[in-house]
Design a protein around this ligand. Structure first.
Ligand code: ZN
Length: 102
């Protein structure tokens, strides 16, 4: 999907139509420290000790044996006002495989 880099939109703070920059809202990153924290808490409770896998992961990850059907992901656009630098998110997300800014 092709989108322009800038558009004219209504800015509630400026109370006028101004130039807005379009970006995709990032989905964040994996927090490795949290998994470690939960493991240490499990150990305090007396769990997650010894050998074996505690009955988990008896078969391969779903990724390896299930066919991928969805090729698109939900993307949320964020509009940043070039005048006051305030940003607003799009009311509706859309399913697209790729967004290209021109
Ligand atoms: Zn503004």
């Amino acid at each position: 999907m092709k989108l322009p880099k800038k558009t004219k939109r209504f800015c509630p703070k400026c109370n006028a139509h101004t130039e807005h920059k379009i970006d995709i809202v990032s989905t964040g990153h994996k927090r490795g420290t949290l998994t470690w924290g939960s493991l240490s808490r499990m150990r305090k409770r007396g769990l997650n000790r010894g050998y074996g896998n505690h009955g988990k992961y008896s078969r391969k990850a779903v990724k390896s044996w299930k066919m991928k059907t969805k090729t698109t992901t939900r993307k949320v656009l964020i509009y940043t006002c070039q005048k006051c630098k305030k940003s607003t998110q799009a009311k509706q997300s859309r399913r697209v495989s790729k967004i290209v800014f021109e």
